[in-house]
Design a protein around this ligand. Sequence first.
Ligand code: PMT
Length: 406
Amino acid sequence: MPRLVGIGVTGGIAAYKIADLVSQLSKQEDIEVSVIMTESATRFISPLTFRTLSNREVHTDLWQESPGHRVQHIGLAQSMDLFVVAPATANIIGKMAAGIADDLLSTMLLATNAPILAVPSMNSGMYENPVVQRNLNTLRDMGIHILEPDSGYLACGDAGKGRLPDNSAIYERIMSMLQPGNDLQGLKIMVNAGTTCENIDPVRFITNRGTGKMGFAIARAARRRGANVILVSGPSQLQPPPGVLWESVWSAEEMCEKMLGYQDECNIIIGAAAVGDFKVARTADQKIKKSGNASDRITLELVQNPDIIKTLGARKKMGQIIIGFAAETQNVMENARKKLESKNLDFIVANDVTMEGAGFAIDTNIVTIITRDGEIRPYPKMTKDQVAEAILDKAADLFKTINCDI
Ligand code: PMT
């Protein structure tokens, strides 16, 4: 059954940015979006924009006639799973804190039983005004969630705190509030992602096709489920998920060193990165030149990189879970099982990277989870977000089992 998210838009210049957020949420199969606008919001952006993007009627008027003369807005407020106010002006924050219901949005905010998320956005002087801060504290005391504004240049020309956070941060907070349980709360999870790079000379390096899509999806899902997440990635075009501690590294050695530094504080470690197995034996100090002779050849001598997940597996502490991936092109199950054993992993996620819809640089994957006690669970083609959830479900179960037995 789809979840209904109410988006209350109030009259701030950032109102136009909410169009993208509504579009992104409406694309989710299991989410419906209902937009409620104040009269001032309609001066910044047209209700038609939101109606088109949400594919639903936009509510603007407390006195709107409804079929059968039912008090439609109360029913709508009570059927919401989450009510978001973004941007939340000083005015609506003041009204919410004081319990004023003098228009459609403020009335619905009083009538709803859903959790409320307010995303303040205003001039920094207004935001820092003690009255606004007092009102925000009142909302916090009432259990209303506040997503703090960003700092930076504001539309009014001032600089300071008051900018609407990026839509990605609002989206992530909405998804985490819609998540049925925070089953990973209290756990620290480290994930590595993407590729690693090995320098040949100051301008050239060896790398692979890893983009980080798989590992970033795991980090994002773990954060949504309440975990404290460390994401260690090689160079990637992707934005790290909000709320995650991101460590960006270059080479396999740097990645290994960084992860060893965090290992002892982690409950679960997941190796989704395509770590380069080899590095150049001697990196040239200067750019390697060609002599101009067409028959010239150069030979690169490669030596082994540390096997990061194997190194971590060898110093696994009691109760810790370590999960690896196996990117295979042949004998998938057999090779994956060998890696599970030799790297001292708790389970391994095998993907045949030659299959269409699986592997590098795409948004889907086709995986089989293999555990130490021989359980083999193949999954159909799923988005990397869904694969991430399946891995975390398995990890959470295993973590509970192992830590009950200790
Ligand atoms: O980033 P994307 O574009 O989304 O692509 C996703 C992915 C294909 C990279 C991902 O699904 C995946 O399969 N990751 C593991 C890639 C890999 O290096 O597999 P492997 O079979 O060579 O290694 C087995 C395990 O050992 C992996 O957990 C790997 O991270 C780890 N390893 C490997 C070599 C090494 N030197 N150190 C390691 O820690």
